[in-house]
Design a binder for this molecule. Sequence first.
Ligand code: FUC
Length: 824
Amino acid sequence: MSDSSDVTRRDFVLQTAALASMLVGGRLPLGAQGPVASQQPQPGARTMWYRRPASQWVEALPIGNGRLGAMVFGGIERERLQLNDSTLWSGGPSNWNNPEAPAVLAEVRRLIAAERYAEADAAAKGMQGPYTQSYLPLGNLYLTFEHGDLARGGYRRELDISNAVASVRYKIGATSYARDVFASYPDQVIVIRLSADKPGMMSFTASLDSQLRHSLASDDGVLKLIGRAPANVDPSNHDQAVPVVYNDTEGMRFETHLAARATGGRTWIENGELHVQGADEVILRLAAATSFNGAARSPGREGRVPGPIAAAQLRGATDKSFDQLSAAHVADHRALFDRVSLELAPAASSVATPVDVPTDERINTRGASDPALVETFFQYGRYLLIASSRPGGQPANLQGIWNDQVRPPWSSNFTININTEMNYWPAESTNLAELHEPLLDFIERLAANGHTTARVNYGARGWVAHHNTDIWAQTAPVGAVGAGVPVWGDWHGASGWLSRHMWEHFSYGGDMAFLRDRAYPVMRAASEFYLDFLVMDAKGHLVTSPSASPELRFKTPDGTVAALSAGATMDRALVWDLFTNTLDAAERLKVDADFQQRVRDARSKLIPYQIGSRGQLQEWATDFVEQDPKHRHFSHLFGVHPGHEITRDGAPELFAAARRSMELRGDLATGWSMAWKINFWARMLDGDHAYLLLGNLLKPSGSSQTISTGGGGVYPNLFDAHPPFQIDGNFGATAGVAEMLLQSQNGELHLLPALPAAWPAGRVRGLRARGGVTVDIEWKNGAVEHYALSARTNTTVRVRSGASVTEHHVRAGDPMLVRVSGAG
Ligand code: FUC
């Protein structure tokens, strides 16, 4: 082992049990002799709470088990749980490919080569397929209590994100009421406990409804909603005469089942409602299932039968007590959630937030200057991923799994020109790698469909996918075959960007079988598409054509505004990233020597980055002017983040140009864009700027002043505001905070690479780095005091901390604690 001169190390091997004992209630102990001994745990950082029921959807609190989700409103007289099932989508598999596209492609390329960009845009519409289908709401559960709504104080509604339980407490007359709600992954049901501190006080009516076609039924004490989804739902931005179409044979079928078990009192079902009269306590269980039977099968004609599935889930849960259900749920959630803890000591200048300030007031008055709110926001992203993405299920969509509209914004689909990818940025780094699996499975489904699209639409090998997709894994450019807009619809980079997720899963986890059997085939085929698709420009460089920089148009000197040209920087960055990772994979697997040579040759001929007249990294091959200089996308900086091609030491001029580009873009944007900017500035190693962006995001939505900001921020329930709600900003922000504290993209572990002055002391435990290492860091006065490394296999890592670089051999299962010299 080698130590650099300004760091002395005192390594000692902690037994696993000893390391585990450092955990007290999920937090590292703040011992008297500890480096941040004066720091108190931030009060209430793991509970979001409110003094009033939710009056709108973005105030309600989300729960979910990856598939089944609910927004809990916490009304006093009337509780509403708005319900979702992640598999409930409109439509079914269809043929979205366009056999006319290859001829159009040739024409589009000809127009681009002749610099007739606007005409190329118009022609490219001829390559499009249909729009994607929409993610749909399951319905609502309403509980109408007989006690009226005159709560005389004591009302509190909260979401405990460490236990994944939403609760409501209030007092009416002399009786205190309590409601606890969770969505269980082990038992696949939503569980609600309703109790009062006096016997016989629980009287209410429960009802189910849905915006989709449905009927109600009951059977043996179970209230059932039996529904059918439309065969087609057009996106909200594509208004057709009949945008929602039902069909007798096509369309997903679904059922929601509800049962009550009361202690005392009387329970019965009548006229489609479940009644409870005079009970002491009631446990409600809600199950749901759809006919979704895989992306390739019609949910109407070849679907699973949802009724028996929901019934079996409900039966399984009915055999268990509330305590059993609750214990299994909490243990399951904590096994994921507790892997990472973050504690930030406030800067001396900031005033500690009193414990009794509700979350919405904290957002309104404190924002990022409240370290407890930052901790909550960081952990909330992890909470939301646990609640919306579980192995075997669907990936988190634009709204995770929470949607109350039949025609939701952007169809609440998977937008894969950044948004879906952003959802998964925190998966590996914040120690939730198995929650990445729904996306990885989905990428394989896309790759299968994308082979056909590559062949039919482009006459190319490999696989391709465009900017939008849905549960049916649609891979063609969208746009109702000619009505779409090329600035987003004709972007073809998703196979490149998504392949990076397969690679990252391997980079963090080191599973060679995964690399060989799953990641490499996807990456290889994505590379194959680009080997076929790239064309030589007049200067002898390989470029993509057509090529769009999502979702920004350029202006030519003659005033033409257009989207498509050849060799947009993002495509170059994506293809370089894809080729580089594919080569790395092939070398490790020792396969495909000839193919490797072809990829290497092509990579060496890719159009180089260029620095434009404003010192910026050029967004297009020509130094065009942006139609909107403050645009939310900054895809041309992909090589900084999430890529790793442009680094301070590896490419200082490009690094400076990228910084300049972002200065020109500005610090305000829609929510997800600001989340991306946190990550970008962390990669620029500028913690204060990253913190500024975190502050811009952690503001009430609508408080931003200019139009180009789009009013991004957060809602009272801390959901990210695009606006409207879009969950990517939550996940992106969580990833961004992790990126400020630990980076590992350059073959070394960089501790506190972008620590802002606002966080002078703190500790983070359980972050993951590429190379299979888990990292704890404790710091004070802005400098690392000590860190701990652990790994599942023996490994050697370089650790950069401040100006020093140290090499460590980490032995499997032997956590290593390193104290930096000068530390107390
Ligand atoms: C991309 C973004 C939009 C929005 C949509 C879902 O098209 O440019 O801002 O996030 O996805």
